[in-house]
Design a protein around this ligand. Sequence first.
Ligand SMILES: Cc1cc2nc3c(=O)[nH]c(=O)nc-3n(C[C@H](O)[C@H](O)[C@H](O)COP(=O)(O)OP(=O)(O)OC[C@H]3O[C@@H](n4cnc5c(N)ncnc54)[C@H](O)[C@@H]3O)c2cc1C
Length: 474
Amino acid sequence: MQISRRKLLLGVGAAGVLASGASALVPMVRRDGKFIVTKSRALPVDGTSGELPKEADAVIIGGGIQGVLTAINLAERGMSVTLFEKGAIAGEQSGRAYSQVISYKTSPEIFPLHHYSKKLWRGMNEKIGADTSYRTQGRVEVPSSEEDLARSIDWIISARETAGFGTPLNTRIIGGNELTKRLANAKTPWKIAGFEEDSGSVDPETGVPVLAQYAKKIGVKIFTHCAVRGIETAGGKVSGVVTERGSVKAPSVVLAGGIWSRLFMGNLGVDIPTLNVYLSQQRVSGAPGAPRGNVHLPNGIHFREQADGTYAVAPRIFTSSIVKDSFLLGSQFSHLLGGGELPLKFKLGEDLFNSFNIATQWGLDEVTPFETHRIATATQNNEHLDGVFERMKAEFPVFKNSEIVERWGAVVSPTADELPIISEVEKYPGLVINTATIWGMSEGPASSEVTADILTGKTPIIDPAPFSLSRFNS
Ligand SMILES: Cc1cc2nc3c(=O)[nH]c(=O)nc-3n(C[C@H](O)[C@H](O)[C@H](O)COP(=O)(O)OP(=O)(O)OC[C@H]3O[C@@H](n4cnc5c(N)ncnc54)[C@H](O)[C@@H]3O)c2cc1C
């Protein structure tokens, strides 16, 4: 998922407007997108029953894709691993994603994570002996302009040269019959597209829960509905965690807390500059004669076939409520202000008030925001969802009788440079962070391996320097 600089910065732009006078906000008022506590839409996973263990080799905070895959990685290295999830496995981002697994046009920094991850995803079902719903399916992306086409060709040439991991880049420019077949029954006679043959997808409601079942099978203890309040230290190093159900001693802790990592680290005096961004998602029923696989068109149509035959349909519109962090982080995100037309509207409302009410400091014997927000999301924007579904039906009339199966809202929390944080924390030896990715479903297998390598002192297969926490100090 690529957040255009222009879109991401709308939240910061709105903060700037707020500073210049509340009346200027009136044209930017957005009526959707409110931060709420919700239910999981992912397949339920039973947690480990009984008492918490007294100790573990490693504790993982967070039961999304990063936490679960990091737990698997460490357990496969023979370590005893305990994972804590404040709500449900994949209750937040990892159960709410569009969930395409791609590398097309990714930045040079994250391309290795994506290219390597795609390889790992392809072997995942066989490795764990279960169906995660991952499918290799191919993705067509029609360029939006001549310049976009030129950039895409340049990207392919350069990525071919840098693709490693014993896997050549399987992406090319297509046209003619091949494109017509892949965009079956399209009304527009599309002429040329980028085609990523080995892209894939994993259905968000299924993927991470099935991985979590595997994690349990190989010995990971998973405690759901159990928030970690903070870490403990001894002799200048991490010595364990304190949860709402008691403490667990551990020399190694991984924070994979998704949108909550910023708050968690803030309580420890470490700033993680991430800003919440809202999205909406939906699933619609399939249709005979519809294109298979993954389609991305320049007229704002994006859909992906799921393993169950339904289609995930994404508006790919990113909005940001004006909240306390808009003021705190505005300057760090300000270079992303791209100008141009602003297609989104922003809301000055309850989110702003509520954001000042969430505790940012607490003691380890106090109830934390993690316990009051077991599963959090943003309310969906039906206008955005209707828009993309209507465009899809107009372009592909075979979908005219398709029905909406489900709609939901979601939150991601990127950094200003749109790179993940996969890093040690200098102040707390023994603590490693794996968070802030906006491409977690694609990157997860690689970034969790890199995390496990950092934690165990092994040289990672991918250089983690671009993802280091220290980059924010310079
Ligand atoms: C609408 C949408 C579309 C997307 N599309 C794509 C896509 O097409 N391709 C792609 O690669 N990525 C996509 N993404 C991004 C991807 O979903 C995320 O990058 C990924 O899921 C992040 O995983 P995570 O494990 O870091 O976070 P999460 O899945 O959010 O997991 C973090 C978990 O930590 C738990 N937690 C937090 N604090 C604590 C605590 N103190 N104690 C215990 N538990 C805690 C939370 O409850 C949460 O379950 C999309 C995301 C969204 C929302």
